[in-house]
Design a protein around this ligand. Structure first.
Ligand code: IPD
Ligand code: CA
Ligand code: CA
Length: 259
């Protein structure tokens, strides 16, 4: 299948979304909360998603869209999976680590992935079997052979105050002396694993729009993505461990307190 027209759509949509992020970052935005007082949604999230949907509908009538803010209507062989603004809390504070993430799934398999970092303009792209790229140049995961000395990242769900699960994992990793970051935009965290800036990443309670594009980036860059117990990953699994493949087992064993 020629994926170029779809990649082209994903790119156009990502740049439109980035423009909307920038517009509201400049002129100010309204915001409200969703599941918890820290689960924020801004005008930029909503307008970016609306613009992405409009562009996809115009170019590919009949394709289904799953978006964080608007959900999904209907079913179909072609499904776009969209996080219009990943890292909204960072965005709302002007902390420059947020992005747009767009994946295209065809008959259950993600075949195109685009993550665009709004603040830096860094573009991460992948197509199934076609490799992963950063600003058009091929990327590979890191070569780090062991966890100690690696740089890994995680994230926390909005209900962290009610559920300590990831604090348990984090404590185990930190207590081994491993360096951990919490950048705050899962799709971009995954892109950082793909390009070797991070050696690993894990998170609990992710959603398909956080993962669709980033997972393809990592796999196309030679890395590994599994569930939290090392099982094959399927989109919809809310628990994810990603790495450069070399440190994967050690990261899993550390998270589960086996090391
Ligand atoms: C969130 C970010 C964050 C992660 C959360 C996500 P949002 O997405 O990716 O890093 O820890 O689990 O929900 O709400 O900013 O799109
Ligand atoms: Ca997200
Ligand atoms: Ca979002």
């Amino acid at each position: 299948m020629d994926l170029r027209p779809f990649l082209d759509t994903a790119l156009s949509a990502a740049f439109v979304a980035r423009g909307i992020h920038q517009l509201y970052q400049d002129k100010g935005f309204t915001q409200s909360t969703k599941s918890t007082p820290t689960d924020v949604v801004t005008q930029a999230d909503k307008e970016a998603e609306a613009a992405i949907r409009a562009l996809i509908e115009q170019r590919h009538p009949g394709h289904v869209v799953l978006g964080e803010e608007g959900g999904q209507e209907g079913e179909g062989e072609y499904r776009w999976i969209v996080d219009p603004l990943d890292g909204t809390v960072n965005y709302a504070h002007g902390f420059p680590f947020y992005c747009v993430s767009i994946g295209l799934e065809v008959r259950g398999e993600v075949v195109v992935g685009v993550v665009l970092d709004t603040a830096r303009g860094e573009l991460f792209t992948a197509t199934k079997g076609g490799g992963a790229f950063h600003n058009g140049r091929p990327i590979q995961v890191s070569q780090s052979p062991k966890l100690l000395g690696s740089l890994v990242a995680t994230g926390f769900p909005y209900d962290v105050a009610r559920d300590r699960e990831n604090l348990t994992y984090l404590e185990r990793v930190l207590f081994k002396g491993i360096t951990v970051r919490r950048p705050g935009a899962a799709a971009l965290d995954l892109a950082y694993v793909a390009c070797g800036r991070l050696d690993g990443f894990w998170e609990v309670k992710l959603n398909p729009w956080d993962v669709a594009a980033g997972r393809l980036l990592i796999e196309e860059a030679g890395g590994m993505v599994t569930g939290i117990h090392g099982e094959p990953y399927h989109l919809g699994n809310r628990y994810l461990v990603a790495s450069n493949a070399r440190i994967h087992q050690e990261l899993l064993d550390t998270i589960h307190g086996r090391l």
